[in-house]
Design a protein around this ligand. Structure first.
Ligand SMILES: NC(=O)c1ccc[n+]([C@@H]2O[C@H](COP(=O)([O-])OP(=O)(O)OC[C@H]3O[C@@H](n4cnc5c(N)ncnc54)[C@H](O)[C@@H]3O)[C@@H](O)[C@H]2O)c1
Length: 331
């Protein structure tokens, strides 16, 4: 049984990682840690006294886990990941791997052996819907080239939820939605569209409330060397949100991925089909992610999936969009 500590007991730590770790028959949770007392209290209530509860990574490492799951913000994650790797542990670190390419340069100091113990939390990469899309595109079901439209809208502003507003405003201060959400989307596109990076043709940003620390809506037009075009939009913190979905349109068909459920729809000349995978998208992906991490720790797989390079590649595209978008924005 692989032993694991969870560090970072905020929204995704408590809401998704902790339940997935507790559900898994392959790992045993031995410690949880967070500097915020109320977050530790909330976790304690869920783990019912059976694991050590601490306030730092060091507290978690002191319990001797094989692996550490870092559900921490991207401005804290690089330092924590490097410390845990240097302590000889396997690490599953949340995306984005850092808030900027410059901030991610600290990972350059990792040895090959340390990098081989670092899996990145590009969680939804594991979903069977992404695999199905990959086969539709790879098998030519849609034809090509493709027009991809990614409408990634999340984190609706709820005036009654001050905690959520403060958290997302705090995250926005460290980068526009494209930096945080783009980690997933540009990883999927790298997978789905194949080799060769996306180049940014143009980009825009819009701050819908003057008191927000950065523009909360961003978009870009991107090109892929194989001829595909991508129109991507990312948005947070409006009182209502457009539908979150990705569409892949080719000469032979249209595939639609529901951004919330990951239900898939395929329309071709042969007709229409809907593909719904069992279970909810969130638990489904977090469970698959834990299983993959446990396999890495046990040595059943030799390379982390996704690895640091995948996290860095997605961050680089997101940053190119953010930089290009801000070219046209006066502060
Ligand atoms: N994979 C996914 O699907 C997914 C979904 C949502 C969020 N995320 C990512 O997860 C990360 C956390 O997001 P969140 O919404 O849970 O944020 P959050 O602010 O709710 O939680 C972060 C937690 O980390 C703790 N923390 C901060 N610095 C720490 C340190 N040095 N040591 C230990 N704990 C520390 C904070 O106290 C907080 O409890 C972000 O990078 C976010 O992008 C990933």
């Amino acid at each position: 049984m692989v032993t694991v500590a969870l560090v970072g007991l905020g929204d995704i730590g408590l809401g998704a990682h902790l339940p997935a770790l507790l559900r898994s028959a392959e790992v045993r949770l031995v410690a949880v840690a967070d500097p915020v007392a109320s977050h530790r209290d909330a976790a304690s209530a869920l783990v019912d006294g059976v694991v050590a509860v601490g306030s730092s990574l060091d507290d978690a490492l002191a319990t001797g886990p094989d692996g550490v799951v870092l559900a921490t913000p991207p401005w804290a994650t690089p330092e924590l990941a490097i410390a845990a790797l240097r302590a000889g542990r396997f690490v599953l670190a949340e995306k984005p791997v850092a808030t900027s390419v410059a901030a991610a340069a600290v990972y350059d100091a990792l040895t090959a052996a340390e990098r081989a113990r670092l899996q990145i939390g590009l969680t939804y990469r594991h979903d069977p819907a992404i695999r199905r899309l990959e086969s539709w595109i790879g098998d030519g079901v849609l034809g090509g080239p493709l027009l991809v439209r990614a409408h990634i809208y999340d984190e609706r502003r709820d005036p009654a939820d001050g905690e959520h507003l403060d958290r997302i405003r705090g995250t926005l201060a460290h980068g526009m939605p494209v930096v945080h959400e783009g980690a997933h989307v540009f990883d999927w596109l790298a997978h789905l569209l194949g080799p060769g990076g996306l180049s940014v043709d143009d980009a825009w940003a819009l701050r819908t409330d003057a008191d927000l620390p950065a523009p909360n809506l961003t978009g870009a037009r991107l090109s892929h060397p194989a001829g595909h075009r991508v129109l991507a939009e990312f948005g947070w913190l409006t009182d209502a949100l457009p539908r979150c979905e990705l569409t892949f349109l080719g000469p032979r068909g249209l595939a639609t991925l529901d951004g919330a459920t990951f239900d898939l729809r395929l329309e071709t000349a042969a007709g229409e089909q809907t593909v719904v995978f069992p279970g909810e998208r969130g638990p489904r992906c977090f469970d698959l992610q834990v299983a993959r991490f446990a396999a890495l720790v046990r040595g059943d797989t030799v390379a982390p999936d996704p690895d640091l390079d995948a996290g860095l590649a997605a961050l680089a595209v997101a940053e190119r969009v953010a930089t290009r978008a801000m070219d046209g924005v006066t502060a």
